[in-house]
Design a protein around this ligand. Structure first.
Ligand SMILES: [Zn+2]
Length: 202
């Protein structure tokens, strides 16, 4: 997967997976765009979040601007580019929904446009309608809490479906589950807004 080219400083061989030239230690001019490759993690929906976080902080430290302050503008610029791509990759992999959308896009699925919108399947429309009605009707902390418990259970089931679908390369099922996850994520945000309103007015 990782293509090899040469170092801008010493012309030694480079692999896209590393941040630095193994020969001279200069910052690599290859900015890796695949987040799994960047973090050295296997491509898949089930990411080891502890390992991801550990590698993110380790790589961030290696790219800290203080280390490059005296090394010239080329090195400084490349370090900044690596940092930006590292932050993007971390945001993509650590979040279930972002990771699912990234993996679908990598498989050529266009159900999500740039804004992450997708076509809502009829079954999800019905669920959405029902849950929004329940959210509107919930006026006590208890009712709200029980609705949240229900939605969290649905989210757990949805994540399991996503994991299974990606493991089986079932793109259609993965797309459906991603649309559901997107809906549930938005719904939980609305739930928190309403919960805050009720708490503030109590
Ligand atoms: Zn080099």
């Amino acid at each position: 997967m990782s293509k090899v080219t040469t170092c801008w400083s010493c012309k030694g061989p480079l692999s896209s997976a590393g941040l630095f030239c193994p020969t001279c230690g200069a910052v690599s001019a290859i900015i890796e765009s695949n987040p799994f490759t960047l973090f050295g993690l296997p491509t898949g929906f089930d990411v080891d979040l502890k390992a991801l976080e550990h590698r993110y902080f380790s790589l961030s430290r290696q790219l800290h601007p203080d280390r490059f302050a005296t090394k010239g503008p080329q090195t400084m610029m490349l370090a900044l580019q690596h940092t930006a791509s590292l932050n993007d990759a971390y945001a993509t992999l650590k979040d279930d929904l972002n990771r699912a959308i990234y993996m679908l896009r990598a498989q050529g699925v266009t159900a999500f446009d740039e804004a992450g919108q997708g076509k809502t399947p009829p079954a999800l429309m019905a669920t959405s309608f029902e849950l929004h009605e329940q959210l509107e009707d919930a006026t006590t902390p208890q009712a709200l809490q029980s609705l949240l418990t229900h939605v969290k259970k649905q989210r757990t089931a949805c994540l399991k479906n996503l994991s299974d679908a990606f493991a089986k390369y079932d793109t259609e099922a993965a797309t459906q589950a991603t649309l559901e996850l997107k809906f549930l994520t938005g719904f939980e945000r609305e739930w928190h807004r309403k919960n805050k309103r009720i708490k503030d007015s109590a």
